[in-house]
Design a binder for this molecule. Structure first.
Ligand code: FES
Length: 113
């Protein structure tokens, strides 16, 4: 079951709330997530780099469809989460609606109460 969280409200943040090819750390219910934006849209992924634990949102960026870690520049595919080194980071669905940008987190039914 997916619960959708609005992470940008266009009425408050404007229609361009994040620069193209930038990465920010957002927090949803205590979970840190990287929100990346390219010319193709928004991507939500784990914020912690599996290599040595850097936060992608602390200086990471997007380049040619890849999320680039700010520390050692390892790259992860924004579409799949697959790293060039064979490792992975989790991806989360995103939606752009008329009122904002949404990230979906999978929840078990008992987590809704
Ligand atoms: S910590 Fe991300 S590449 Fe090393």
């Amino acid at each position: 079951m997916i619960r959708w969280y609005r992470v940008y409200d266009f009425s408050k943040h404007g229609n361009e709330p994040q620069r193209i090819n930038s990465v920010r750390t957002i927090e949803i219910e205590g979970q840190k997530i990287s929100l990346a934006r390219t010319a193709d849209g928004y991507y939500a992924l784990d914020d912690k780099c599996p290599h040595a634990g850097a936060r992608f949102g602390m200086g990471g960026y997007c380049e040619h469809g890849m999320l680039v870690c700010p520390v050692h520049r390892y790259k992860y595919d924004l579409q799949t989460g697959k790293g060039k080194q064979g490792d992975f980071i989790n991806r989360y669905p995103t939606q752009v609606k008329s009122d904002g940008v949404y990230v979906g987190l999978t929840k078990k039914w008992w987590q809704f109460w």
